[in-house]
Design a protein around this ligand. Structure first.
Ligand code: ATP
Ligand code: MG
Length: 385
């Protein structure tokens, strides 16, 4: 079976590694060069999309910011899974919010802003603090603003205006103003749906973000109330999109309620722990769904965590002395803040996992993993209290 993945980053790479034993061959379409490449070596296989489509039995995507012409071409081939509409929803917060409304799924109070009048109205109707997010992909690390109160509103508006003007021409830009949610935790649910409508979900994962980027994910035995809530949200969104493949949903947990933050129509960073903590990893399950193979069990086999390696191309080898620790590099060149790789670690019990995480936190350089130690210490404390 041959599968073309739109996008040639680490997610395509991990899909290729996971499904080689199933005799599924992955080729990746590098959207920036227009070449179809081997996702492991980056060697060029074809130099246009058409040959990639011809090669493929199925086509899927590893990210959602794909130009609509490419999506339309792939959709027209009848091979694209999930469908282009589902991929577009993940790439435009306006579509995402209207999907949540349509599915009656709880999320943060928000307003869509295209003009100064919308901006003023949003500031009057929502309560502070606010977070404003570009509806489409941000660029150069821009695209999110935080507003504590009205004092800096004018300044922020001018910045947003400049952002609209500097963005792609001929595209209707917008930002979504959202009330900041005073969450207790951030969690995410990764699940998979096949073309017959069968779904399976992994246990909810607890996520810690540092400077807006995922830093640690921990998957252990879950709170059944939250898991059921999350699964219902997953089922309704996946059904509405007639989704095929792995879909991730990020939530804010407030008490025992989950509010959706965003959805990702693809395998997700917060699901990398499944490579060693679940019966079948997210990458294999995504391709099983896409290729019409039976889905694999999503059961947790042992408490497992993932630590992201951001902006570093080496870590001390000693971390591999910590039992059950596995290192995954993506083969990318070093750039500040870039997702370069991740570390997975498991334990027989949650306490054992926590103590292994602390061993890792002590070995990893504090400058590059700045919030890791306090976060793990807090996690350890939460287990003993
Ligand atoms: P990523 O692609 O890494 O998931 P993103 O750029 O798409 O991130 P969001 O997930 O929307 O952006 O936001 C990043 C982080 O900012 C969230 O994980 C959360 O920590 C914080 N955040 C975003 N929206 C809110 C909100 N409404 N209330 C509180 N915190 C928020
Ligand atoms: Mg997010």
């Amino acid at each position: 079976m041959n599968v073309l993945v739109l996008g040639a980053g680490q997610l395509a790479r991990m899909m290729a590694l996971a499904v080689k034993p199933l005799n599924i061959n992955i080729r990746a379409f590098d959207v920036s060069s227009g070449n179809v490449v081997d996702p492991l070596t980056s060697n060029i296989i074809f130099n246009d999309l058409a040959q990639g489509i011809e090669f493929a039995d199925f086509i899927t995507a590893e990210f959602e910011h794909i130009d609509h012409q490419t999506l339309a071409t792939c959709q027209a081939s009848g091979k694209l899974r999930p469908a282009s509409q589902a991929i577009k929803v993940g790439g435009d917060r306006r579509l995402e919010k209207s999907l949540l409304t349509q599915c009656a799924v709880a999320n943060a109070q928000h307003k869509i802003i295209e003009t100064k009048a919308d901006f003023d109205q949003a500031l009057n109707q929502l309560s502070f603090p606010l977070i404003l997010k570009s509806a489409l992909a941000g660029y150069d690390g821009k695209g999110q603003w935080r507003l504590k109160d009205k004092t800096t509103a004018e300044e922020v508006w001018l910045d947003i205006k400049a952002f609209f003007d500097g963005g792609e021409q001929g595209v209707k830009h917008a930002v979504i103003a959202e009330q900041m949610v005073p969450f207790d935790r951030e969690v995410s649910l990764v699940g998979v749906r096949d073309s017959q409508g069968n779904t399976l979900v992994y246990p909810l994962t607890q996520n810690h973000h540092s400077k807006g980027v995922l830093s640690v994910s921990i998957a252990t035995h879950v709170n059944e109330i939250l898991q059921t809530q999350a699964q219902q949200v997953f089922d309704s969104i996946a059904k509405e999109l007639d989704y095929v493949g792995v879909l991730a949903i990020e939530f804010f947990q407030v008490g025992e309620q989950l509010l959706v933050n965003e959805i990702a129509p693809r395998v997700h960073n917060s699901g990398h722990w499944t490579q060693q903590g679940a019966d079948t990893c997210q990458f294999e399950n995504h391709l099983r769904a896409v290729c019409d193979l039976p889905l694999g069990s999503t059961e947790l086999i042992r408490p497992t965590a993932m630590i992201n390696i951001l902006g570093e191309d080496s870590v001390p080898n000693e971390i591999l002395n910590v039992a059950s620790t596995k290192l995954h590099w993506y083969g990318k060149s070093k750039r500040a803040g870039r997702k370069m790789g991740h570390i997975n670690v498991s334990g027989k019990s949650e306490a054992q996992l926590a103590s292994r995480l602390m061993l890792l936190a002590n070995l990893l350089p504090e400058a590059a993993f700045d919030e890791l130690k306090p976060y793990i210490a807090g996690y350890q404390n939460s287990l003993s209290s």
